[in-house]
Design a binder for this molecule. Structure first.
Ligand SMILES: Nc1ncnc2c1ncn2[C@@H]1O[C@H](COP(=O)(O)OP(=O)(O)OP(=O)(O)O)[C@@H](O)[C@H]1O
Length: 234
């Protein structure tokens, strides 16, 4: 079986336009792989480049050089050189992403926000809403909130909507950016369980977890990005 996500010699710098166009190198020659059924965790101190790597793996940040090879259906695609249309197709069916914060859509209910990616994946709308409700119940979101738009929800409530939305599909690769950051212990445990189920189903997970306890429970591999962070003078 092909490894779903293989990153090779990936480098990234930012051009600081307000500081005379100097280039700040943040990731240098990052190389690692994430296998099916495994959760790899990006580790290293604040500012080491973890989020930048995760954003490149979702096609949000452009890389300067290197490769991010993704198994997309029967094809192997390099995200670094893929065109925007291909990146959208990959996000629809191959790579899911749970960000720290929910992007709230005005007037769309929590249950519809969660159901949307499942409908995009081909599930009938009623079945998708039912699945969304099951996930929201599991994440202890009070039922009175399900039909409301999440704009006024608390940080933890919004994060649970976001997690349900990210976990509802069966994307073979799932990227997790601090999915448990604003959750209480009971809900953190639910997320840890859900990650375990994804692993069982053969999903390749790549995440950032600042919470050491959660990290220890989910990580099969810790990728220390300090080794990929260039000296700041570079
Ligand atoms: N859009 C940007 N423009 C300029 N510099 C950026 C940008 N995004 C990140 N950086 C810089 O890149 C470096 C790596 O940041 P990144 O967010 O990837 O680190 P991190 O390891 O995820 O940190 P943390 O654990 O604090 O979230 C930092 O020095 C940061 O200031």
């Amino acid at each position: 079986m092909t490894t779903p996500l293989v990153v090779s010699e990936l480098s990234k710098s930012f051009t600081m336009h307000l500081q005379g166009g100097i280039r700040l190198s943040v990731v240098k020659n990052a190389s690692f792989a994430v296998r099916a059924g495994e959760c790899a965790v990006l580790g290293g101190p604040s500012g080491a480049g973890k989020s930048s790597i995760l954003k490149m793996a979702y096609g949000n940040y452009a890389a300067d050089s290197g490769q991010i090879i993704v198994q997309h259906g029967h094809e192997l695609i390099d995200l670094v050189t893929a065109d925007p249309r291909t990146i959208i197709a990959i996000r629809n069916s191959t790579i899911g992403y749970v960000s720290q914060f929910l992007r709230v859509v005005p007037r769309v209910s929590a249950v519809d926000i969660v159901a949307e990616p499942a409908i995009a994946e081909g599930l009938a709308p009623d079945a998708a809403r039912e699945k969304a409700s099951t996930m929201l119940a599991r994440l202890n979101l009070p039922e009175r909130l399900w039909q409301l738009p999440p704009a006024t929800f608390s940080g933890g409530e919004q994060q649970r909507v976001n997690i349900a939305r990210g976990f509802i599909t069966s994307h073979p690769i799932l990227l997790l950016d601090e999915p448990t950051a604003s959750l209480d212990r009971a809900n953190r445990e639910v997320v840890v369980e859900m990650i375990g189920e994804k692993k069982q189903a053969g999903t390749a997970l790549l995440g950032i977890f600042h919470d050491q306890e959660v990290r220890d429970m989910v990580a099969d591999d810790i990728i220390d990005v300090t080794g990929f962070a260039p000296a700041r003078a570079a």
